[in-house]
Design a binder for this molecule. Structure first.
Ligand SMILES: Cc1cc2nc3c(=O)[nH]c(=O)nc-3n(C[C@H](O)[C@H](O)[C@H](O)COP(=O)(O)OP(=O)(O)OC[C@H]3O[C@@H](n4cnc5c(N)ncnc54)[C@H](O)[C@@H]3O)c2cc1C
Length: 370
């Protein structure tokens, strides 16, 4: 059996070969064995449209899904998704909704209108539970609007602190969420598959999800090293796979529309203390306030990890994701997104101009090698 054929057999065994364009593209790359041609992104200060900042709601021990009684109400907490709240939203929402259902509620209040609150509200509706959203900010003004957003369950826990049960729970929730987003693929929800290329010189850490024995390999179709003759860069460590990209500017309004169509209401309201929740008519409240849970419910484990994205003018010919040396480049309808900053414990909302300069310089250097 030739190498190409044995690779095809391996892909078939993984269940990622079939009739779709995505799978055909992966197979094509396997068999072409030529140098991969990546069109360079034009990186320069004159092409910068804006830099946006967000605070990832990070907890060293992982996300929270649990219920508690608060006076007459049941509160189901559902927050703390760090750098992958969009990615995991539909997966952890299933867990939160199961808690609501076990409380026997026919109506629930969902606090928060980011990716986590919206997925929760929709899954409640699908279970026949009325879901009213209450939130201080609505899209396009939530943290979820700042997200990249690539489907990738990382930057969610500290591996020195997290329990094995939580880690297993993350991979389970990842699979559920991946399947949910896959069903939404296409322009209506702004969910697109993109060929992805990672290049770096240092070996991958043991915990990297891009190791070939990745716990979420089934959600990174086609994951493999580039063959030396395919590698268009001098980088020693490479990977290619297909990434599911979720464009917040399309996705969040689309889910809000679905919620409204199913009879859901959205109320713009800020809660200054947990005691104010007693004013709500719903007996069960799902707390999807992300970073807001730190002050509202006094969760001292929640820390912000500040991140920022620099958006360049759109380049419609760029149709791949690049992950060069710990940075990332995502092509979106609204522009080319450059990122890769993580400032733990920093909660200022002003762009870090030194980090912006570094991101521009390092991306420019990478794309100049193509
Ligand atoms: C630069 C950057 C890049 C990122 N890239 C990705 C990515 O590629 N993929 C990915 O999956 N994730 C990514 N993330 C992480 C992602 O943005 C978050 O994990 C996700 O948005 C969290 O969603 P959420 O719904 O919990 O929170 P939010 O989107 O913050 O929503 C919280 C909601 O609660 C409301 N709220 C809060 N407090 C109160 C209150 N007191 N009263 C009333 N309402 C309140 C808010 O107004 C808001 O509506 C990125 C983050 C950053 C900063």
């Amino acid at each position: 059996m030739s190498n190409a054929l044995s690779r095809r057999a391996a892909l078939q065994a993984l269940g990622i070969m079939g009739g779709s364009g995505l799978l055909a593209r992966i197979a094509g790359a396997q068999e072409a064995r030529g140098k991969i041609k990546l069109r360079p992104v034009q990186v320069s200060r004159s092409r910068v449209v804006r830099t946006i900042v967000g605070l990832r709601p990070f907890r060293a021990s992982g996300y929270v899904v649990r219920s508690e009684r608060l006076g007459e109400k049941t509160v189901v907490h559902h927050y703390g998704h760090g750098g992958c709240g969009v990615t995991l939203s539909w997966g952890t929402a299933e867990l939160a909704v199961a808690e609501v259902a076990s409380a026997g509620a026919r109506a629930a209040a969902v606090l928060g209108c980011g990716a986590v609150g919206l997925a929760t509200a929709r899954l409640l509706q699908r279970r026949g539970i009325e879901a009213t959203i209450y939130a201080r900010e609505l899209p396009p003004n939530t943290l979820s609007d700042v997200a990249g957003a690539r489907w990738y369950p990382f930057d969610l826990f500290d591996s020195k602190v997290v329990s094995p049960e939580m880690v297993e729970g993350v991979w389970r929730a990842s699979r559920v969420a991946y399947a949910a987003f896959k069903r939404m693929a296409g322009p209506t929800y702004g969910v697109f598959f993109r060929p992805t290329y990672m290049f770096q010189n240092s070996p991958l850490p043991k915990t990297s999800l891009l190791n070939l024995d990745s716990p979420v390999r089934d959600c990174l179709p086609g994951l493999r090293e580039l063959l030396p003759e395919e590698n268009p860069t001098p980088a020693k460590v490479t990977r290619t796979f297909e990434t599911m990209m979720i464009e917040p500017a399309i996705y969040l309004p689309a889910v809000m529309r679905d919620h409204a169509k199913a009879g859901g209401r959205v109320v713009k309201r800020e809660f200054r203390s947990a005691a104010e929740l007693a004013e709500l008519k719903e007996p069960v409240i799902v707390n999807c306030t992300g970073m807001g849970a730190a002050t509202l419910f006094g969760d001292t484990e929640l820390v912000p990890i500040k991140g920022q994205l620099t958006i360049l003018k759109p380049q419609p010919e760029i149709d791949y994701v690049a992950l060069p040396n710990g940075l990332y480049m995502f092509p979106r309808k609204d522009g080319i997104v450059l990122g890769g900053t993580f400032e733990r414990g920093v909660s200022t909302m002003e762009p870090n101009r030194a980090a912006e300069e570094r991101i521009l310089t390092r991306h420019a250097k990478f794309f100049a090698t193509l």
